[in-house]
Design a binder for this molecule. Structure first.
Ligand SMILES: [Zn+2]
Length: 315
């Protein structure tokens, strides 16, 4: 019998905290979840995470703990400088406090990097060498894996793919810049574009799904309508996919990855998003880079963060 290695992963979101024990190939062995109390003191939140984790059957076999959290993270000392989802978390020594409580080695990283590590293990089965992971949700995040290792940059902010400019005079973004890709493919911007589009183009399928009120339109509804063959929804996804494809063509030329993984809620549009992305890439990027690069939609969106966090020590 070979000795199995177990890793504990924690994915700290604004709504819930996912906890899982995974084996050395990234498969989930055991998992649990905790509601996020965003008003609680960070030290108390950490205590309840540790208490919940220690109730897992295989917890005693776990050697290390990885934690993924949105925001500005100092990877070196494992502290959270700032987290947009958790307003109470300012300069919290997350690694230090957790190590003291658990007597285990702890790693902390931002959730875009843990998603990339999760995509590396789950979608690419640990076989990719240079991988770019793009998280498509309310925000647009990116994680980079070069030579099978996470690339974090000089102040650990590398991979901010969502804030690359594609329209110099575009809409003002929350980061202060104008015309970031996030202002085209972020969830609320997709909904806004769809509302404008539907003023000039009729869609019976979307009317039905939103009870006639386009205020309630979301990327999920647009995906459902597209799956029914709705022309307006497909046209909206074509527009979004083309914008994303323009950006990713640059990524292909600049980084020459073997794998790009698209994940997050917006990626669930599947082929309606990916086909225009691929067309745009093919018409813009170097042929050899296009030939070498697989573009995939993650099949594990909800697990990437927690598995990637667990696998942090391996990266
Ligand atoms: Zn921006």
């Amino acid at each position: 019998m070979s000795k199995q290695q177990f890793y504990l992963g924690i994915d700290m979101g604004g709504t819930n905290i996912k906890i899982a024990i995974v084996n050395s190939s990234g498969s989930v062995v055991e998992e649990t979840v905790l509601e996020t109390d965003i008003k609680a003191k960070p030290a108390d939140v950490i205590k309840s995470i540790v208490s919940k984790s220690s109730k897992l059957k295989n917890y005693h076999k776990v050697k290390s703990i990885g934690i993924g959290i949105a925001g500005d993270i100092n990877f070196l000392d494992g502290s959270v400088r700032f987290s947009p989802n958790l307003p109470m978390w300012k300069n919290v020594a997350l690694k230090g406090i957790t190590e003291k409580l658990t007597k285990k080695k702890v790693f902390v990283d931002n959730d875009a990097n843990t998603a990339a590590i999760g995509a590396f293990w789950l979608d690419a089965k640990g076989k990719a060498v240079n991988l770019v992971c793009v998280t498509l949700g309310t925000g647009v995040g990116g994680g980079l894996i070069f030579d099978k290792k996470v690339y974090r940059g000089s102040s650990y902010t590398a991979g901010e793919i969502g804030h690359i400019t594609i329209e110099p005079h575009g809409i003002k973004c929350k980061c202060g810049n104008r015309g970031c890709i996030e202002t085209f493919v972020g969830a609320k911007y997709i909904s806004e574009y769809a509302k404008q589009y539907l003023k000039k183009n009729k869609s019976a399928a979307i009317n039905k799904l939103t009870n006639g009120s386009h205020c309630g339109i979301t990327p999920k509804i647009l995906s459902m309508a597209a799956a029914e063959g709705d022309k307006a929804a497909i046209a909206v996804w074509k527009y979004v996919g083309e914008k994303l494809g323009i950006l990713l063509a640059d990524v292909l030329n600049f980084i020459n990855p073997d794998t790009i993984v698209l994940c997050g809620g917006v990626s669930l549009a599947g082929k309606y998003l990916v086909e225009p992305v691929k067309r745009e890439i093919k018409s813009r990027a170097f042929a050899s880079a296009v030939k070498e690069c697989k573009i995939i939609v993650s099949k594990y969106t909800s697990k990437l963060g927690v598995v990637g966090a667990a696998m942090l020590p391996k990266q």
